[in-house]
Ligand binder design. Structure first.
Ligand code: SAH
Ligand code: SF4
Ligand code: F3S
Length: 474
């Protein structure tokens, strides 16, 4: 289960997977089915949508052929992610031909990007709803049930869904995502997110803390605070700076809920991750020592063209500070190859930055031009596809070596592991992650432990994505 979740989180970042989930135990008069693609934020949003639909008498089903309402929560980050959604719609089309009353809704970033065009291009779609308009779903469903196709893609400066308690979908009961902010103001030139998610806004600190407390009370042991750019979280409840909650402060507030509640966060932008955040991480053992710090490219000219607002040196300096303050911190990144006008020398700078930073893991992509972005309007997508791919293969090869080495270096170490469930291969083994976000598998033995318990595990073997060990007496 945990590995499934990990796999889902890994794949979803690449924008092309869907999450099945448990059937709702309550009885509802109608059934909905939802599939999520894209980033963790979309998965988290689907849990908000499920809460809204439950209120309307819709219960969840795992089987879309049974559903009265089929929803796709979509991603636009790369062209391939959009293509996946289009292909998926074909499968739904077949069912709808047999069952004309079934409603099909498109949610998420692709809905926002394409708006009413979706209804023209994909005739089976009845409802199109953008990421800030999920509260209007009941009204839109009612219209669609009356035969009227409907669209709401209004972006908002305020919507944070703060007062909606998400219904946990496909949950392992141990780890959960908690959205702390929405939107993004960064305007990286390659990125569609600012257009599909709107302006950045932070959610009220109290409602975040309450959600985390409630999760802990219900037996969850780990929360991942989510946002496109979590380090720029800022909420001020009253007048004056003394009431201001920065990301470092919020992290501390969540960490203080209980030492048994682990805290993770994603994603950090290199320009915003302050020493204050790093010191807060170092201070609390239950804040996981793991940072996802997307670099995108290792050359300063390319970083400027991408509007990342930092240089190669700035990034390397941040990595150095992380290593100084938390020598045991796990580090991962995102990299794009073949951005507009990138030369072979500039690509080599990405390779050398990888050598210097030694990431434990990386998500790597070739550049995919997105309509409407500044790069699409201003720069030529002029690196040939085969060159983009060759560069991608080079960075993947280099990273695979680094990952293998990083995992191998853990042999002999002892880690605290939060048990997320049975290992994928055998129900005689547990699996869970260490603080650094590495998956650890170990035999259950005779110890009377359960999902959600912590175990001390000594590592004996490693692959490039899993540590294998044995429990030691605490
Ligand atoms: N907010 C996060 C990234 C969210 S998108 C951040 O700024 O770090 C996840 C990743 O998708 C990005 O880090 C980037 O590496 C990749 N990505 C975004 N747009 C892309 C595009 N047009 N082509 C290829 N990869 C892209
Ligand atoms: Fe996109 Fe940049 Fe915002 Fe990340 S920070 S979501 S890459 S615009
Ligand atoms: Fe995709 Fe939107 Fe997330 S474009 S990566 S689902 S914010």
């Amino acid at each position: 289960m945990a590995e499934t979740l990990q796999k889902v989180t890994d794949e979803l970042r690449q924008g092309e997977t869907f999450a099945p989930f448990a059937e709702d135990p309550n009885l509802y008069t109608k059934k909905f089915y939802i599939e999520s693609y894209g980033c963790q934020m979309n998965f988290s949003d689907s849990e908000i949508v499920a809460a809204i639909l439950n209120e309307e008498g819709f219960g969840a089903t795992r089987n879309y052929e049974d559903a009265d309402l089929v929803l796709l929560n979509t991603c636009s980050i790369r062209e391939k992610a959009e293509q996946t959604v289009r292909n998926r719609l074909q499968a739904f089309r077949k069912v709808k031909e047999q069952k004309p009353g079934m409603l099909v809704g498109v949610l998420g970033c692709m809905a926002e990007r394409l708006k009413a065009k979706f209804l023209e291009e994909e005739k089976l779609v009845d409802i199109v709803v953008g990421p800030d308009a999920y509260r209007s779903l009941p009204g839109l469903i009612e219209e669609a049930e009356g035969g009227q196709k409907s669209v709401n893609v209004l972006l908002s400066r305020e919507e944070t869904y703060a007062n909606i308690s998400p219904v946990r979908l496909d949950s392992n009961g141990v780890t959960a995502f908690v959205s702390i902010m929405r939107g993004c103001n960064n305007m990286c030139t390659f990125c569609v997110v600012p257009f599909t998610r709107g302006r950045e806004r932070s959610r009220e600190a109290v409602s975040i803390i309450n959600e985390c407390k409630d999760l802990f009370d219900r037996g969850f042991k780990e929360v991942t605070l989510l946002g496109q750019n979590v380090d720029s979280y800022y909420f001020n409840e009253g007048e004056g700076l003394e009431n201001a909650v920065t990301f470092a402060k919020l992290l501390e507030m969540v960490a203080l809920i209980s030492p048994l509640l682990r805290v993770r966060f994603s994603t950090s932008h290199p320009k915003d991750i302050t020493d204050d955040v790093l010191h807060t991480m170092a201070k609390y053992p239950n804040i996981c020592k793991y940072i996802h710090l997307p670099v995108q490219a290792g050359n300063t000219r390319i970083l400027q063209l991408m509007n990342r607002t930092y240089t190669r040196e700035w990034y390397l300096n941040r990595v150095q500070r992380i290593r100084e303050i938390m020598p045991d911190c796990g580090l991962s990144t995102d990299i794009i190859t073949g951005f507009c006008s990138e030369t072979d020398e500039e690509h080599a700078d990405t390779l050398s930055l990888m050598e210097a930073s030694r990431f434990d893991m990386a998500y790597m992509f070739s550049y995919s031009e997105r309509p409407g972005t500044l790069a699409a309007r201003r720069y030529k997508d002029d690196v040939p596809e085969d060159v983009k791919q060759r560069r991608l293969e080079e960075i993947i090869k280099l990273q695979n070596g680094h990952s293998r080495e990083s995992y191998k270096n853990d042999i002999g170490k002892i880690f605290e592991v939060l048990i997320e469930g049975n290992s994928k291969r055998s129900d005689k083994d547990w699996c869970g992650r260490n603080s650094q976000n590495k998956m650890v598998v170990f035999p259950k033995g005779n110890a009377n432990l359960n999902k959600g318990d912590y175990a001390m595990v000594k590592i004996n073997e490693a692959t490039s994505a899993t540590l294998i060990g044995e429990m030691i007496n605490n």
